[in-house]
Each structure stands twice: as structure tokens, then as C-alpha cells.
Design a protein around this ligand. Sequence first.
Ligand SMILES: NC(=O)c1ccc[n+]([C@@H]2O[C@H](COP(=O)([O-])OP(=O)(O)OC[C@H]3O[C@@H](n4cnc5c(N)ncnc54)[C@H](OP(=O)(O)O)[C@@H]3O)[C@@H](O)[C@H]2O)c1
Length: 257
Amino acid sequence: MATVLITGASSGIGKAFAELFAKQNYRIILASRSESKLSHLATELQRQHGVQTLTTPVDLAQSDGPRLLHERLQGQSIDILINNAGIGSFGFLHELDVQSEQEMLQLNVQSLSQLLMLFLPEMVRRGSGRILNVGSTTSFYACPLSANYSASKAFVLSLTEAVANELQGTGVTVTALCPGATGTEFFRKAKMDGQKVSDPKALMSPDKVAQIGYTALMRGKVFVVPGVQNWLLTQAPRLFPRKFVTRITRSVLERKM
Ligand SMILES: NC(=O)c1ccc[n+]([C@@H]2O[C@H](COP(=O)([O-])OP(=O)(O)OC[C@H]3O[C@@H](n4cnc5c(N)ncnc54)[C@H](OP(=O)(O)O)[C@@H]3O)[C@@H](O)[C@H]2O)c1
């Protein structure tokens, strides 16, 4: 039975991935901070799909989080890594809390890269494996009012594209999933729930995002942007001057509901 490790599995897109892999009869390892949410999800997946699950609570915004997670999973053969845990933030950079922003970067950038580097060598040795890194449509352009966040997601896409090229011929693939606004707890946690961008009517469901990510992952695509409208957004920097695109993204983020 193949094993998938999902970070940020307790809610949103990560939880949707867990449900998707459970339907495909994978053995599922669920990682995030909240032990109770992970245990509840694990019990549900076992009950509904009869799959094997393992929960491993970990704070991936701590610098030793990825190493701890990797150590705990020694001896387990990980076939698929869903590198999904991430958070956002909202506000002018000069007004944001330095510590919270650094924690976000630790999680979205350092931790994602470290997990990739920790789990990749064994996959390459084995000659098989798949990794999905969760980026964003903001991987493609700068976002004023989410400056560190959009820069962190640009890192995810750049890293994925470079490593995907390096991995050619190894039997291992890496894919970036770059969703647009999705109906999860993301906006509330990032204090963006009064903004137009988080209008429930405009949000894609996490199930749909996960399904599109799953298909791209299994096909070994380098990246995927769910939804035509989101894809068009990501093409803007190719079609218009970058400064203009940055001005537009700011005006979109500033709009109130
Ligand atoms: N929602 C969107 O509009 C959107 C758009 C583009 C990209 N994304 C990306 O999608 C990914 C998933 O986000 P989501 O939308 O599903 O949001 P979410 O519902 O808030 O889920 C975030 C997940 O990350 C986990 N997490 C947060 N901090 C963590 C930490 N320090 N250590 C370990 N796990 C941590 C959370 O679990 P715990 O709280 O239990 O730790 C949770 O399971 C993120 O990378 C996000 O940047 C989201």
C-alpha cells in the first residue's frame, strides 16, 4: 500500500487532499500542529474508507520542525509528499509584526524547502516518488499588502521548476499547485476576511483545488493553476508591464466587501 505524507492536513486544501487519497486507498500520514483535529480526521478516514492513518503533530514554523518530522518517520517509505502547510498575512509591510512575518516565512519557505530536501534523496535512490508543493497564483506576481506572502509563494514556484528539471530521468517528479482564492480558513487566519478577495461567492472549493492538484501530480506536471480565471490572472505579467500588474493586485486586495 502506497503512503502519502500531507502537511497542513488538519483543514482546508490539506484536509481535502487527505480525503482524496483515502478514496484511492493510500496509507495516510497527517501532519500539522493541532493533534485533536488530526486525530478526528484520521478516525473519520478510517471509518469511511477503511484506510490506515498515522497522525504526527508538529509545528513546522519552528526551525527544527521538518527535521523532527523526518526523524519520526524514519523507516517509513514515503511515496508521495504533499508539502501544503502555509499561512498568509495582510497589511503594509512596515506595519506588520516582524516576528509573525518571520514565522510565516519559516513555514512557507524554509520548512517547505527543508522537507523537500529531507524526503527527496530516498525517493531518488528508490527511483520513484512524487512531491507536490503548494504555491499560489501570487507565485506569478507581486502582491502589495501581502508582500512577504507573495514573495514566499514565488519561491515555491521557482524552487519547484528548478528541481523538476533536475529530477528528469530519476523517476521522481515535483509539481507546484498554484491555487487562487479558495474557501478555507486561510483568509480568516490572515485577517483578510473583510476583503472582497475572500468573498465566499468568488472562492473555489478546496475539494476542487485538491482534485486538480492530484491530477497534475499524478501526471508529473511541473505546475498547475486551478481554474481558467486564475490561469488568466497568472498570465498578466506576460501581457502587461509589471508595475501595472502590481498596481492592479493592490487595488484588488484593498477592495472591501
Ligand atoms: N485558501 C486560499 O485562498 C489559498 C490560495 C493559494 C494558496 N493557498 C495555500 O494553500 C495552503 C493550504 O492553506 P489553506 O487554504 O488550506 O488554509 P488553512 O485551512 O488555514 O490550512 C492551513 C494548514 O496549515 C497548517 N499549519 C499552519 N501553521 C502550521 C505550522 N506552524 N506547522 C504545521 N502546520 C501548520 C494548519 O494546521 P494547524 O493549524 O493544525 O497547524 C492547516 O492544516 C497554504 O500553503 C496556502 O498558502 C491557499
